[in-house]
Write a protein of this length. Structure first.
Ligand SMILES: *[C@@H]1O[C@H](CO)[C@@H](O)[C@H](O)[C@H]1NC(C)=O
Ligand SMILES: *[C@@H]1O[C@H](CO)[C@@H](O)[C@H](O)[C@H]1NC(C)=O
Ligand SMILES: *[C@@H]1O[C@H](CO)[C@@H](O)[C@H](O)[C@H]1NC(C)=O
Ligand SMILES: *[C@@H]1O[C@H](CO)[C@@H](O)[C@H](O)[C@H]1NC(C)=O
Ligand SMILES: *[C@@H]1O[C@H](CO)[C@@H](O)[C@H](O)[C@H]1NC(C)=O
Ligand SMILES: *[C@@H]1O[C@H](CO)[C@@H](O)[C@H](O)[C@H]1NC(C)=O
Length: 569
């Protein structure tokens, strides 16, 4: 009996120890505090005061404003006197000289100094779209002026980059300034940007259907935004939109990288049909001219679209939502488009298996597209869900789309396993080392080790599929910032400005990033197997306890009979 209990105790002890090790390694959440002190925000126009769930919410106003500040920090060319980004200077003033044009201005695409037209056109369109839906958000945040300036800085450059001639004349669109191979050998300030910076274009003899239609969409969407504000500018934008769309429709249809090979390493387009639909839809929204709506329907019907991601390359998700909006607005039967839009959104919010899924922490994730810049994928889907939600076919669906979007917003703002808001400059846990040459402020990537300028409002690429993130400047897949990464976010914050009656998630997150101990699945399986084995042994011992005790008694008896004289004392 005693022996049996000893066996049991031993087994229990081993089991307990193993379980303890397992448990602690899985759940250990020591916090590492850092001493990153947030400097006073040097940004004007933000309502001040404690947030405390007040409405309109000053913290959401800060997010609207910071994101616009991030865009200001991406400006290229001659800066205006009201420039707020002290570490930015007039730069790349000679852009376009190689082709006898003034192509200075516009925006640097990311943490580098190259300018790309095609992804910028999606950024401008998405921000203009969000501003048309949720204009009041910018007013509540006192940011309308900055919003208009942000869009205009882009459209002013598109004007410089496109010919604005009709299809009987020579047409062109510049799609890139700079060379990635030259630019990426340099990680320093904007005062010494390496040259040459070649200008790449598509034109009458080498087409770029996607790029031309994409910029036409940006012109058209912006022209609506400026209609009530500056009708002259709005009309100018619309003329450019029409001419560029006519250029996009010239055959043969061509992917723009085939005419401008330097863009290939950065932003190759996979399809042009989605942009032909997208451009026509935006022109219809800007003009009410049904010719454009018919074009959109025809291009839609004669092509197939299947991708889930809504981003700089892929507009089909946006097209479903726009079709549904525009048919409904003009009083036509929108049922076909609503059912397409809902089928699209439902595969996102109820996703299981396939290319797209949710991370354990709840981030919408699509293999391939999310590997770099996971948050763009998540926030793009959230944006479309919210734009569509008011016209959903039922209140239940509408609520589902809103809830999905809010979950992605919350994740981005800190409701994730690392308690990290992926917005720079809003919380001690925010990323501090974005892959951004200007913000870093040094002469090369590692010198100095710290980041000298805070790039307020920049959204970094984001976490990996395991919800992990390392705040490392060299890890550009996760820590770079870019024009398109902030586009959906910018609009979502305008939505929250209008709709949220609570603080953004990070407001109640204490400083300190939980350390997650990583154990490989192999180790976990081994430990579980070991526990099972020990349990089986314990069970067998328990089941056979009588036999074991009897056997031991017999053995003892034999032993004592053999070696000791029983009772010899
Ligand atoms: C709005 O912003 C302007 C600067 O753009 C500032 O002068 C003004 O005080 C702000 N108003 C409020 C209510 O914060
Ligand atoms: C926040 O608001 C609540 C409810 O209105 C109030 O009781 C509390 O004192 C406020 N806290 C701060 C720090 O202002
Ligand atoms: C194109 O523009 C030229 C010059 O502005 C004009 O003469 C011509 O009629 C236009 N053609 C079309 C098709 O709009
Ligand atoms: C255009 O918008 C800006 C910024 O909101 C404003 O200052 C200006 O007065 C507006 N102009 C017109 C004509 O509405
Ligand atoms: C209208 O806009 C164009 C292009 O921005 C500009 O050149 C022109 O001077 C403007 N005209 C007026 C009357 O403001
Ligand atoms: C187009 O029609 C809609 C709905 O009838 C209207 O709200 C909008 O102002 C019109 N847009 C233009 C540019 O005429």
């Amino acid at each position: 009996m005693i022996l049996y209990i000893h066996y049991q105790k031993g087994t229990l002890l081993i089991l307990l120890t193993v379980s303890l090790i397992l448990l602690t390694s899985l759940t250990q959440a020591q916090t590492s505090s850092n001493n990153y002190a947030l400097p006073p925000p040097m940004i004007t126009g933000i309502p001040q005061g404690p947030s405390n769930n007040t409405y309109p919410n000053p913290e959401y106003a800060r997010l609207v404003a910071y994101s616009l500040y991030f865009y200001e920090a991406q400006r290229s060319g001659k800066l205006p006197t009201n420039n707020r980004v002290s570490w930015r200077h007039d730069s790349a003033l000679n852009d376009g000289q190689d082709v006898n044009l003034d192509l200075s201005g516009g925006y640097y695409d990311a943490g580098d100094y190259v300018k790309f037209t095609f992804p910028l056109s999606w950024t401008i369109t998405t921000i203009a779209w969000g501003a048309l839906e949720w204009n009041q958000g910018y007013q509540l945040a006192n940011q309308t002026q900055y919003l208009m300036d942000m869009v205009k800085w882009g459209t002013d450059w598109f004007i410089k980059a496109s010919s604005n001639t009709n299809s009987t004349e020579y047409q062109y669109l510049y799609v890139m300034v700079g060379n990635l191979n030259i630019d990426h050998n340099y990680f320093g300030p904007d005062t010494n940007i390496p040259t040459p910076r070649p200008s790449s274009k598509v034109d009458t003899s080498s087409h770029g259907t996607d790029a031309a239609a994409g910029v036409a969409a940006a012109f058209a969407a912006s022209s609506i935004l400026f209609q009530s504000n500056d009708s002259n500018y709005s009309n100018t934008l619309l003329t450019y939109a029409k001419n560029l769309y006519a250029f996009a429709e010239t055959t043969p249809f061509t992917l723009y990288q085939n005419s401008a090979p330097l863009v290939k390493e950065g932003y190759s387009s996979t399809n042009y049909a989605d942009e032909l639909v997208w451009g026509a839809l935006w022109l219809y929204r800007a003009t009410n001219d049904t010719t454009y709506l018919n074009k959109a329907v025809n291009y839609f019907n004669s092509n197939s679209f299947s991708k889930k991601v809504f981003n700089w390359d892929e507009k089909s998700g946006g097209n479903y939502v726009l079709f549904a909006q525009l048919f409904q607005q003009s009083g036509q039967d929108s049922s076909r488009w609503k059912s397409l839009a809902e089928k699209y959104l439902d595969t996102i919010i109820k996703t299981s298996g396939g290319d797209c899924t949710f991370t354990d922490g709840g981030l919408f994730w699509c293999d391939g597209d999310s590997d770099d810049a996971s948050l763009t994928v998540s926030l793009g889907a959230a944006f479309l869900s919210l734009v569509y939600s008011p016209i959903a076919t039922s209140n239940t669906k509408s609520r589902e789309y809103i809830n999905f979007a809010l979950s992605q917003i919350d994740y981005t703002l800190g409701k994730n396993p690392l308690n990290t808001p992926y917005v720079i400059g809003v919380h001690p846990n925010s990323p501090q080392n974005p892959h951004h040459a200007g913000a870093h402020g040094g002469s090369d990537m590692n010198n100095p080790p710290q980041t000298l300028n805070i790039l307020y409002g920049g959204i970094v690429g984001g976490p990996d599929k395991g919800d992990d993130f390392s705040d490392s400047r060299s890890d550009y897949a996760h820590t770079e910032v870019a024009m398109d990464y902030n586009a959906a976010f910018q609009s979502l914050m305008a939505y929250q400005m209008i709709n949220s009656h609570t603080d953004p998630y990070y407001v109640n997150v204490p400083p300190g990033i939980p350390k997650r101990r990583k154990i490989s699945t192999g180790v976990i399986i081994a430990i579980v197997m070991l526990c099972l084995l020990l349990l089986i042994i314990a069970a067998v011992l328990f089941w056979k306890r009588k036999a074991i005790v009897d056997w031991w008694k017999r053995r003892r008896q034999t032993k004592s009979n053999g070696h000791y004289e029983y009772g010899s004392y």
